[in-house]
Write a protein that binds this ligand. Structure first.
Ligand code: SAM
Length: 274
């Protein structure tokens, strides 16, 4: 008998992968968590039925959500990640030579445990000497930590459940206050094909607080539509131009990709200009 897992990316579109083994499937305090072994993408983590990461393509997302800001900031020493409980973004952050401390604030400790149990390539970051792991709601943490981070990365789930607050203008204001005077914020802002409303919400919300706001893109095969967006808010530096070129061990990110990622197709530009 064949087993398939399907993420309903829209009410009319499903993305299906053949499953060879179900490794975990349970309801946590916050969401439904599943880890399955797929034939095409290796191990896959799903939260509330939505693909979060897979062994075969995790590097695109994790490199692109981290290294653009890390290489555009001249001294990215103190970095905060909100969400990102699988550890992939933390791995990229602590691997950057400019970073002194990478703090990860994840609301659901079962996501961290699933990574420790099934994703050795991601969870290796948790034991890195520069890494600090805090199990808490990220919206509370930023309110209590003022003017102390160079970069804040919001590696969140889709805007449902506990992540809804992570897409609000109030939260972006709190992040602004948690950053130093030349800090940068980067958020994952979903698919331009299927989630133009989320992009608008993130872009406009960030623009209300940050003088520089830019959108960039990357190709991620297991995310809805395969084309993914990230939005940066910056207090001082232009995120389009890298000032350092760390990309050792990267499979997707390099300085040319950095600059090209900000060149937007017309339909994407219109989403943020409207
Ligand atoms: N790469 C992923 C994507 O775009 O699908 C995101 C991966 S990461 C697993 C997302 C994490 O954000 C989840 O583990 C979730 O528990 C966490 N999260 C959601 N809301 C949060 C909050 N308010 N504070 C901290 N973490 C939160």
């Amino acid at each position: 008998m064949e087993l398939w897992v399907t993420e309903y990316q829209t009410p009319a579109l499903g993305f299906s992968c053949k499953v060879t083994q179900t490794l975990r499937a349970r309801r946590t305090r916050f969401q439904h968590l599943a880890v399955v072994e797929t034939e095409q993408f290796g191990r896959m983590l799903l939260l509330d039925g939505m693909v979060q990461t897979t062994e075969q393509d995790e590097w695109v997302y994790h490199e692109m959500i981290s290294l653009v800001a890390l290489n555009a900031h001249p001294h990215p020493e103190q970095v905060l990640i909100i969400g990102g409980g699988d550890g992939g973004t933390l791995r990229e952050v602590v691997g950057h030579p400019g970073v002194k401390r990478g703090v990860l604030v994840e609301i659901d400790e079962e996501v961290v445990q699933a990574s420790r149990d099934f994703f050795p390539e991601l969870c290796c970051a948790f034991s890195h000497p520069k890494a600090e792991l805090i199990i808490r709601d990220g919206t509370e943490y930023v309110k209590e930590n003022q003017a102390c981070f160079d970069i804040v990365i919001v590696d969140s789930t889709e805007p449902v459940g506990p992540a809804v607050k992570l897409f609000s203008p109030e939260f972006y204001r709190d992040v602004y206050s948690s950053l130093k005077e030349d800090g940068m914020l980067v958020v994952q802002s979903e698919s331009p094909f299927f989630n133009a409303d989320v992009i608008k919400m993130a872009y406009q919300g960030i623009k209300q607080s940050f003088p520089i706001t830019e959108l960039y893109l990357a190709s991620i095969p297991t995310y809805p539509s395969g084309l993914w967006s990230f939005t940066i808010g910056s207090k001082r530096y232009n995120p389009v131009c890298p000032v350092s070129s760390h990309h050792q061990g990267c499979k997707y990110y390099n300085p040319q990709v950095h600059e090209a990622a900000f060149r937007l197709p017309g339909f994407v530009r219109r989403i943020i200009e409207d």
